[in-house]
Every structure is written in C-alpha cells, then in structure tokens.
Design a binder for this molecule. Structure first.
Ligand SMILES: CSC[C@H]1O[C@H](OP(=O)(O)O)[C@H](O)[C@@H]1O
Ligand SMILES: Nc1ncnc2[nH]cnc12
Length: 290
C-alpha cells in the first residue's frame, strides 16, 4: 500500500464493463498466484480519488459466474493496495417491495454455489475465517448513504442468495428461497465477499434489482433481455452513487476487516510448505515469522 494506492476497488458486474468519467487511466495487467483476473485492472481518478476498476465477467462478458476467477480478482485488487472493494451486481428480487430499478445494500449471504474456489487457503496452510456478517458493516453503511443520495428507491439490508448459475432458478427454487425469507438472488456475491474477508478487505455490494426472478404471479419470468433493459435504465444511478461514496472515503477504516486472519490461522507454521507460504505472503506475511 502506498499514498497513491486506489482508495476504492470497483468490481463491475453485468452491464458495467468500464467506468465512465475515469481520468488519468492506466491499464494494469496483474499476474497473481491464482491465475489471471477477469480483465486488466483499470486504475484512474474519479472525483479526485484514485480507484481501480475490474470487469467481473471480462470486457465482453465472456465469463460465466462459475468461470470468473474470483481469487485472482480479489488478489489483484489487494496487490494494488486497495483496502475497500465495492461489488456491483444485477440481482433478482424475491420480495414485492424490492422492485426492479431499486438499489439495495444487502447485509447477509446464503451460499448455494458448488463449483467455485472459495478460499485462498489449502495446500498446507489452513485458515477458518469468520463471516457472521459477510459484508463490512461500516463500508456497507457508507455505501447505503451513497445510494440514498441519489434519486433511486433504496433499501438497507436483506439476504442475498448466490446460486451457481448460469441458468436462472426454477419456480420451486424461487418459492423455496422466498419461504426462507431470502430477499435477493444473484450469481456472484459468493465467493467474492468471502475471499475479500480472507484478504482483509472491506467489502460491500450495490445490488440493483433487475427482475422478480420467477415467483411473481403477474410478472414475466426473468430473462437476459429483461435484465439488460433494466440495467440500462439504472446503471447511471449506480455510477452517481459511487461518485458520492468516494467523497466519504477519506477516513481510515476502523472495522476489523483488515485483521480478519489474526485468529483464523490454525496450521503450525513449521509445517507450512515454503511454496504455500510464498504464494500467500501478501495475505498472511504479517502473521508469520519470516
Ligand atoms: C445477465 S443476468 C445474470 C448475471 O447477472 C448477474 O451478474 P453480476 O452479479 O456480475 O452483475 C448475475 O449474478 C449473473 O451473473
Ligand atoms: N433472477 C436472477 N437470478 C439470478 N441472478 C440474477 N441476476 C439478475 N437477475 C437474476
């Protein structure tokens, strides 16, 4: 981390493949021990602050939610000195009052993914990170204030379920999630949020509702066309919210996200293979004797 490090990492989801208004941009090809990120990271200045932008599904939306290399994406942002990461996601709504076009900052997650690398750990170094509140509460509060400063209808909190995709849900699945009190459905927040926690980063999501999934009696079932149409109407508001969020990021984080690994490592250091120690040095170096 240096004085010039980006104050915010933005992971743009469906429809958000670049960030308009960025100046002094540079395209950074980051190599990580976990492979290549979804796209080059674009660093630049926005509202007078340095930011780093990454297109989650690749520049031409070439990666399915399963194919996204979440570990490389989070690692790449961490390696650039980013401390706060904002995920932007198109989501379906599982409740009447969270309507298409609304923006939400969710506060809970349910993980229904099955085929994703969801931890940086393994290969001789074990850690069990705590995620009772998987989104950083402080950063989520700032993010909620930022979306509230726009003209959009907004909501604070709600449980977001992440399904594996790429298919959308069946009606039975959609009703099941509703019966559990789940508010929103998407395909990418897990493992992104969990990896950010392992990497000691503050993470929050702006979820923009694009559809009512497939449970609603009077609405058409979700389709890509429906998602894109709603996105086109609401993405400029997300961008406006991010400009407002940047204004509130001067203070240092005071939450515990940065020290998430302090009590999470369980492996006897003398047993950690040197290659693993080296691969994870960016995350665990400060906790292990050289
Ligand atoms: C294009 S509809 C499904 C697709 O959109 C969402 O992507 P993201 O979270 O990156 O905005 C959803 O998770 C699916 O990947
Ligand atoms: N209904 C839905 N299910 C899963 N992911 C989505 N992204 C946008 N709408 C969605």
């Amino acid at each position: 981390m240096s004085e010039n490090s980006p104050v915010l990492g933005i992971i743009g989801g469906s429809g958000l493949y670049q960030f308009p208004g960025l100046t002094d941009t540079a395209q950074v090809e980051v190599e990580t021990p976990f492979g290549a990120p979804s796209a080059p990271v674009i660093t630049g200045t926005l509202a007078g602050k340095r930011v780093a932008f990454l297109a989650r599904h690749g520049l031409g939306h070439t990666l399915t939610p399963t194919e996204v290399n979440y570990r490389a994406n989070i690692y790449a942002l961490k390696s650039l000195g980013v401390r706060r990461v904002l995920g932007v996601s198109a989501v379906g709504s599982l409740r009447e009052d969270y309507a298409p076009g609304h923006l939400i900052v969710p506060n809970q997650l349910i993980d229904f993914t099955r085929k994703r690398a969801s931890s940086f750990f393994g290969e001789g170094l074990v850690a069990h990170v705590g995620v009772p509140d998987p989104f950083c509460p402080d950063f989520s509060e700032l993010t909620y204030q930022a979306i509230s400063s726009t003209d959009a209808m907004t909501h604070q909190g709600g449980t977001l379920v992440t399904i594996e995709g790429p298919r959308f849900s069946t009606r039975a699945e959609s009703h099941l999630f509703r019966s559990w009190g789940v508010s929103l459905i998407g395909m990418t927040a897990c493992p992104e949020a969990f990896l950010a926690r392992e990497a000691g980063l503050c993470y929050a999501t702006i979820a923009h509702v694009t559809d009512y999934d497939v449970w609603h009696q009077s609405e058409e079932p979700v389709s890509v066309e429906m998602v894109i149409q709603t996105l086109h109407r609401s993405l400029h508001i997300v961008q406006e919210a991010i400009l407002s969020l940047l204004e509130s990021l001067d203070a240092e984080p005071t939450c515990g996200c940065e020290s998430s690994l302090e009590k999470a490592l369980i492996t006897n250091p003398s047993h950690i293979p040197p290659e693993t120690r080296q691969r994870l040095a960016l995350l665990v170096g400060k906790y292990l004797e050289p």
